[in-house]
Design a protein around this ligand. Structure first.
Ligand SMILES: Cc1ncc(C[n+]2csc(CCOP(=O)(O)OP(=O)(O)O)c2C)c(N)n1
Ligand SMILES: [Mg+2]
Length: 279
């Protein structure tokens, strides 16, 4: 697939910064959305799309032989729209219509609106099951496609995730990688206070998955982990990506006293400060 790019670590860091800027701009323009949930996931999404991991095609986004990325924590879709804009799929003007009436850039991914969205997510807990389906289908079709699914740490409280974990191991889905964006918060507070599922790694291990725990806002760590994940050929792999919600603009969030800042766009004034940090 011709469009797959492979940037160096330094280029990936620059791309990540550009994606962060877009996330701030489009959510502030929309006046709603989830910038902090998007920001924690930037390194993983950037490495997938620009680090040579995800084979994708602008010419034919639904090419059956593509790799898949399912954003199960669908509310973080600004990171995906921004990455796709950066990759040349959409213009800045297009993604600036985020959440506006009639725009295909809805607040959660809608696969009927955009052929770049692998799944219509937003109801948390479903993405890994869809990923299992894609991985099984690709194996049956004889394609060497890889499926990546990103979930939130709060989302891991959904029971369906654990059914999917068990079935992925049963079918030895080595073509499936789950990434948990462990940013420490969910909607109503710290994940450890709402439902503490730590340690995730021991649980994934017990379910028979190959498991890595990494610093998810370090591009070096993310690239290394994705490389290792692809080298596993006998079982599904998990990356527990320890991140910070709002990474990149934390100095702007700190004075607000709300480090979760869940589901809130930045005001124009805060957005300006955030963009100045991301120069
Ligand atoms: C089934 C379901 N229940 C509740 C919600 C409402 N909701 C939206 S985001 C969110 C928090 C998710 O937290 P986490 O998975 O940790 O993602 P983060 O925003 O921290 O990246 C919740 C509960 C939902 N979207 N789906
Ligand atoms: Mg979270």
């Amino acid at each position: 697939m011709a469009d797959a790019t492979k940037q160096s670590i330094d280029q990936l860091k620059e791309t990540a910064k550009a994606i962060r800027r877009l996330i701030i701009q489009i959510t502030t323009e929309a006046g709603s959305g989830h910038p902090t949930s998007s920001l924690s996931a930037v390194e993983v999404v950037t490495a997938l799309y620009f680090g040579g991991f995800l084979r994708h095609s602008k010419v034919n986004p639904r090419d059956p032989k593509r790799d898949r990325f399912i954003l199960s924590k669908g509310h973080a879709v600004p990171v995906l729209y921004s990455a796709l804009c950066q990759a040349g799929y959409y213009t800045f003007e297009q993604i600036m219509t985020l959440r506006k009436l009639g725009s295909p850039f809805e607040g959660h991914p809608n696969m009927k609106q955009l052929d770049t969205m692998e799944a219509s997510t937003g109801s948390l807990g479903q993405g890994l099951s869809l990923g299992v389906g894609h991985a099984l289908a690709c194996r049956l079709d004889g394609f060497d496609s890889h499926t990546y699914v990103m979930m939130g740490d709060g989302e891991m409280g959904e029971g369906q995730v654990w059914e999917a974990l068990a079935s992925a191991e049963k079918y030895r889905l080595a073509n499936l990688t789950a990434i948990v964006d462990q940013n420490g918060y969910q909607q109503t507070g710290a994940t450890k206070d709402v439902l503490d599922l730590k340690p995730f790694a021991a649980k994934f291990d017990a379910f028979g998955w190959h498991t890595q725990v990494i610093e998810g806002n370090s591009m070096e760590s993310v690239v290394e982990a994705l490389t290792k994940a692809r080298a596993v050929t006998d079982r599904p792999t998990a990356i527990i990506s320890q991140t910070k919600k709002g990474f990149g603009i934390l100095p702007v969030l700190e004075p607000t006293g709300d480090l979760n800042y869940h589901g809130k766009p930045l005001s124009k004034e805060l957005a300006e400060k955030a963009l100045a940090l991301l120069k």
